[in-house]
Design a protein around this ligand. Structure first.
Ligand code: BTN
Length: 254
């Protein structure tokens, strides 16, 4: 990936100043966190083909194969502190772009996985350090079913499985940065509308789920999302639980 080629397609105000592309790093989130701690200004974006210590939510490993994915992180320094709501907004931005690229229904599985046809194609990992926020995106593009590790069979998908057209990673990367930037530009004013859009794109709405919150589990039907971006689950007892962090498993099909 050529950073100049991506930069040429940017219409963004903040994101992509500068763009750097590497073949292999430990984790793009780690590199951008280091930049943040060193006082770098917001907007810095790092892409990598592979990561030796790529990570997902809840400390899970994240594998990117060279040439097959978009793996990147960016730095923002918002005047507000709201990592979890911003990561939902980032998921909305990505879902909008993937919908345009694939013309498929793109859904969001709370908190920030992007799904097409029941398969996860993208994950977002938002981390913060002091007032800086680092947003990492891992998007599967050219993988075929057999390219995923056995544990992900039937669960992971890639864009090329859902698009007949050739996918140009450079223009997709620029579109993602442009949309993420456009959304960032509207915050904090647009938080409520974006959370509402996230709810409308939710693959969980109305589904029976089990939620694992580490020390506690519960099950019930997803009834919505709070303006703060928490998942709302109506339990069998009738009680409504508000989940701010946890792992959700679907018990019913849509
Ligand atoms: C998840 O689905 O659990 C989130 C996955 C986030 C992966 C991306 S890839 C770029 C950035 N660097 C990392 O180490 N993780 C994120």
């Amino acid at each position: 990936m050529n950073p100049e080629a991506i930069t040429r397609l940017l219409t963004s105000r903040v994101l992509g100043r500068p763009v750097q592309c590497f073949q292999e790093v430990t984790s793009t989130n780690d590199l951008v966190l280091e930049l943040a701690r060193a006082g770098a200004p917001e907007g810095h974006v790092i892409f990598a083909e592979t990561q030796t210590k790529g990570r997902g939510r809840l400390g899970r490993p994240w594998v990117s194969q060279s040439g097959m994915s978009l793996t990147f992180s960016f730095l923002i320094r918002p005047p507000w502190r709201d990592t979890s709501r911003f990561s939902l907004c980032a998921a909305v931005a990505i879902a909008r772009v993937l919908q345009r690229f694939t013309r498929k229904n793109v859904g969001i599985k709370w908190p920030n996985d992007i799904y097409i046809d029941g398969k996860k194609v993208c994950g977002v990992l938002c981390e913060s350090s002091n007032r800086a926020m680092v947003v990492g995106v891992g998007l599967n593009i050219f993988q075929k079913e057999e390219d995923f590790e056995p544990a992900l069979t039937g669960k992971a998908g890639s864009l090329s499985m859902y698009s007949d057209e050739t996918i140009d990673r450079v223009s997709l990367a620029a579109s993602l940065l442009n949309e993420l930037d456009a959304i960032y530009d509207t915050l904090p004013g647009a938080f409520d509308n974006l959370i509402a859009e996230c709810e409308s794109k939710s693959v969980l709405l109305g589904r029976e789920v089990q939620v694992d919150m580490g020390s506690k589990q519960l099950s019930g039907r997803v009834v919505g999302m709070s303006t703060e971006g928490a998942l709302q689950v109506r339990q069998l007892s009738g009680e409504k639980a508000t989940i701010v962090s946890g792992e959700v498993t679907c018990l019913s099909h849509s």
